[in-house]
Design a protein around this ligand. Structure first.
Ligand SMILES: Nc1nc2c(ncn2[C@@H]2O[C@H](COP(=O)(O)OP(=O)(O)O)[C@@H](O)[C@H]2O)c(=O)[nH]1
Ligand SMILES: [Mg+2]
Ligand SMILES: [Zn+2]
Length: 329
């Protein structure tokens, strides 16, 4: 890094144009990148930390260098076996769920947990709409048990009421907000679970306008290619088109177990390394006495295994090698 290099973070990206936030300031400057930073397959994305230099003749900013990433939000372009990275250096993947309507769906939480582990981004699970929670519908304590085992943080909130008092879990809106302080987060979850409402509540409504604008990204025809990081005062929100897809279709089925760290650990004790963890499999660790589904822990492990099997069969529908072949024509 040369002496007059300026450290900055990319907060908006569109093809070759970048808005960069200069470190330690609130100044945002427009910058272009040296060609070699954008060569085929590689690119700069929102969240990237970079070094800028000014071009003396024009006063324009030039991105000279990209610093190493802590993690990447990406999908795999199966056809070309390449990662398509949309953002970098995300602190939290906030998986928002609704405890009322739409109904709580464990499968969706597990789906995004797969992504969090794949991306190397710490997941947070938020139970929203707890004002309408009916214990007859699903058992929040049981869901939390599954998360505890994974070391995942979780919170109980009502986005419509900042002062909602938790009844089932320890952490509420206040603790959630504390966890997010100064961090960069990506919010995911089904439509209607309250993402916009929660983001607005977290930012004290003051930035409602900003999030409304963010909400439009991916819908309007000329805004679709922008990705950005929005400063919401206490935390930063990553917004990028197409980032919230549920499909795990780009994951190699043989790799899937890597993104279930709890199951991976147990599977090391299966008698055969190619074990598919079905009840009839000889020597499968999941069907040993230790993980008897009649115990609470056994039940929890088996409910995780159920998600694993579901996703595995879903992404195996077209063999991975065939996906490549099919699309590369
Ligand atoms: N009762 C209740 N309604 C909520 C809560 N959070 C959001 N909503 C409502 O649920 C609807 C969908 O919320 P929205 O934030 O647009 O969901 P998004 O699609 O995930 O962004 C809106 O009418 C919200 O006002 C909550 O905690 N309790
Ligand atoms: Mg929304
Ligand atoms: Zn097994």
């Amino acid at each position: 890094m040369s002496e007059n290099a300026i450290k900055a973070k990319i907060i908006r990206s569109h093809q070759r144009d970048f808005d960069c936030l200069i470190e330690g300031t609130k100044d945002v400057v427009k910058a272009t990148a040296l060609g070699n930073l954008l060569k085929k397959g590689e690119t700069l994305v929102v969240g990237d930390n970079v070094c800028l230099e000014t071009i003396p003749e024009t006063g324009e900013y030039l991105i000279k260098e990209a610093l190493e990433r802590k993690n990447e939000i990406f999908r795999v372009l199966v056809r070309v076996s390449k990662k398509k990275v949309t953002a970098a250096n995300c602190d939290y993947l906030v998986i928002l769920s609704s405890a009322a309507r739409p109904k709580f769906k464990r499968g969706i939480v597990d789906r995004f947990l797969v992504r969090a582990f794949q991306w190397g981004v710490e997941p947070i699970v938020v139970f929203n709409k707890m004002d309408g929670y009916d214990p007859e519908e699903f058992d929040i304590q049981y869901e939390v048990l599954r998360l505890k085992e994974l070391g995942v943080k979780y919170f109980e909130i009502c986005a419509l009421d900042q002062n909602y008092e938790t009844q089932y879990l320890k952490g509420g809106m206040h603790e959630f907000k504390e966890a997010l302080k100064g961090k960069t987060a990506l919010f995911v979850g089904q439509s209607g679970v309250g993402k916009s409402e929660t983001i607005s509540c977290l930012s004290d409504g003051e930035v409602e306008l900003k999030t409304k604008k963010v909400g439009k990204v991916g819908k309007g025809s000329h805004t679709t290619t922008w990705s950005e990081i929005v400063d919401l005062g206490d935390f930063y929100l990553i917004d990028s088109p197409g980032i919230r897809s549920f499909s795990l279709d780009d994951i190699d089925p043989e790799e899937l177990i890597e993104y279930f760290p709890d199951l991976k650990e147990i599977s090391r004790h299966c008698q055969f390394s190619n074990c598919t963890h079905e009840p009839h499999n000889k020597g499968c660790a999941f069907y040993s006495e230790e993980y008897d589904p009649d115990t609470e822990e056994g039940l929890m492990i088996h409910s995780r295994l159920e998600s694993y099997h579901l996703f595995y069969s879903e992404i195996s529908e077209t063999p991975f090698w065939q996906k490549k072949k099919k699309y590369s024509k």
